[in-house]
Design a protein around this ligand. Structure first.
Ligand SMILES: Cc1cc2nc3c(=O)[nH]c(=O)nc-3n(C[C@H](O)[C@H](O)[C@H](O)COP(=O)(O)OP(=O)(O)OC[C@H]3O[C@@H](n4cnc5c(N)ncnc54)[C@H](O)[C@@H]3O)c2cc1C
Length: 498
């Protein structure tokens, strides 16, 4: 590049056409300037990879928000530590744990409490633990299914008969919607009362539109390879799999001791010495300018940034809007087709003694067929230490999602009332919360609809034809934090290779 970018760093001096940075290394005269749009965990991971492995690359990170982290936000309320979105991440795939290792903070991560690691289903005013050995869809043990209170005898039999249900005829289709797949394999009742809430708790999706291939593709493969999912589970048990593991494999999950805000700060602090952050800089458009790129902020007073490459780490629809115009018409229209759902979280601190039932578990999920307004109640303080003071519980109540998105627009008071009503119905709550907080996440949960994988393949094909442009983030190949980190890292590596 050979000239100062728009972000003039005080610690760089220009001597004889090359940069010397205060860290002592030389930024070559032909170094490149890459702009990352979006400072969520994806954009931060991309910037980290660029600066970690590509010394000499000048990196600018722009975000419309006043602080980095995107949806990852933690807040200390008295002695409570509140997460406003994600509260844990999986060690598989390895993206997030590897990032923590690189930052030197992996030793500070907490494991989940083993004794509490059960999920419950709530139906009417009853709750029951997810049957032992039941993993998202597949029962590994017959006894716990026979004992489960919410399924009729016919429903249980149909669920267990999955092993005798013939696989779908191969008609060249590699995808199926989640509802059709689960009902076909396990029957309507097990789908409605057990499988739908377990999966919706993760994807907040409409089961009739959710793509199996994009979210639960391994189950499609199990059917194809073994004829049935129970058969596949039995084969894996024969090969040393654990039949008693149920629900999510909580042993794989970790949470930063100080909350995700701590992870974001660690990353931001390290990056602040090597790249330029332009927060409160919402971007309006990104366009080619000769063989370079021009990133244009929305605010009229903010100068456009010229650069050699751009990584768009925003939600897909935003990325489509930024590219706008006719040059990228097909790409823009594909990106615009990736929808997102909204949800609200009511967080409360309550006295444990105010619950009539002494609840020990990570949370309660509610089947849509139960007709309630709550997707799930998560017991944050049962998952990790340090989330609530002694004798108190920290709860997060999830409302909305793809099936009831309109609830997100209710007032704070109405949402708190729904949350407390559900808590009372399930566990008998008589008290006044020590505090309540309502956070709304509008259009924040990408929806991987039927055909999503093929759509992302097309998007990647189109992006691959454009020099210096990369897309990354939750909208494409995984919404979880590890997948987002990996997508940011991969985008950085591609842009550097280019
Ligand atoms: C309520 C909730 C709970 C979750 N729980 C978990 C969990 O427990 N575990 C887990 O692994 N995952 C969880 N997730 C998913 C995970 O947290 C997210 O998918 C991930 O953090 C998304 O990161 P991202 O950087 O791709 O997107 P985001 O965090 O959405 O960041 C995108 C960034 O782009 C910026 N931006 C948008 N438009 C512009 C523009 N025009 N100009 C400049 N900047 C712009 C935004 O301000 C934002 O900072 C949860 C998500 C939600 C919403």
């Amino acid at each position: 590049m050979g000239k100062l970018g728009h972000c003039h760093k005080a610690y760089q001096i220009l001597v004889g056409g090359v940069f010397f940075s205060w860290r002592g290394f030389i930024l070559a005269g032909d170094s490149k300037h890459i702009v990352v749009v979006g400072a969520g965990i994806t954009g931060l991971a991309a910037a980290w990879e660029l600066t970690r492995t590509g010394p000499g690359i000048e990196v600018t990170v722009c975000d419309g928000a006043p602080r980095p982290g995107g949806v990852l936000q933690s807040e200390k309320i008295g002695e409570y530590l509140v997460e406003h979105s994600a509260d844990m991440f999986s060690c598989e795939p390895e993206g997030a744990i590897e990032l923590c290792r690189q930052l030197g903070i992996d030793g500070e991560l907490l494991c989940t409490h083993e004794v509490q690691d059960k999920a419950f289903v709530g139906f009417g005013d009853q709750i029951a633990a997810v049957p032992k050995g039941f993993s998202l869809m597949v029962p590994a043990l017959e006894g716990p299914i026979r004992d489960w209170p919410f399924l009729s005898a016919e429903g249980k039999q149909r669920l267990l008969d999955e092993v005798n249900i013939r696989p779908r005829a191969s008609d060249g289709q590699d995808d199926e919607d989640f509802r059709s797949f689960a009902v076909r394999r396990f029957g309507l009742e097990a789908f409605e009362k057990l499988i739908q809430p377990l999966v919706s708790g993760i994807y907040t999706a409409d089961p009739k539109r959710l793509s199996m291939r994009a979210t639960l593709g391994r189950f499609l493969d199990m059917e194809r390879e073994h004829g049935s999912l129970i058969g596949a589970m039995q084969a894996s048990r024969g090969a040393g799999g654990d039949a008693s593991a149920s629900g999510a494999r909580y042993g794989l999950f970790r949470g930063p001791a100080g909350g995700f805000g701590e992870l974001v700060s660690a990353l931001h602090d390290r990056l602040a010495t090597t790249c330029c952050f332009r927060l409160e800089t919402a971007i309006e458009s990104v366009a080619r300018s000769g063989d370079r790129w021009c990133v244009v902020p929305m605010a009229t007073g903010q100068v456009p940034i010229e650069c050699d490459g751009v990584i768009l780490a925003t939600p897909a629809r935003v990325a489509g809007g930024l590219l706008g115009g006719t040059e990228f018409g097909e790409l823009t229209s594909e990106l615009g087709g990736i929808e997102a759902a909204s949800s609200a979280i009511v967080t409360m601190g309550i006295a444990r003694a105010d619950l009539q039932l002494d609840f020990s578990g990570f949370g309660i999920i509610y089947p849509h067929v139960d007709g309630g307004q709550v997707i799930a109640i998560s017991f944050a303080s049962n998952k990790f230490t340090g989330r609530a003071p002694e004798g108190k519980l920290l709860l997060r109540v999830f409302i909305g999602g793809a099936l009831q998105g309109e609830l997100v627009d209710l007032s704070d008071e109405e949402l708190v009332k729904i949350a407390i009503g559900q808590l009372d119905r399930s566990l008998g709550y008589e008290g006044t919360p020590e505090f309540t907080r309502v956070v709304r996440w509008k259009d924040s949960m990408p929806q991987y609809h039927l055909g999503h994988v093929a759509k992302v393949d097309r998007i990647e094909g189109l992006v691959g034809e454009v020099d210096g442009l990369e897309l990354a983030g939750k909208s494409y190949r995984g919404v979880g934090i590890p997948a987002c980190v990996q997508s940011g890292v991969a985008a950085a590596q591609r842009v550097m290779a280019w």
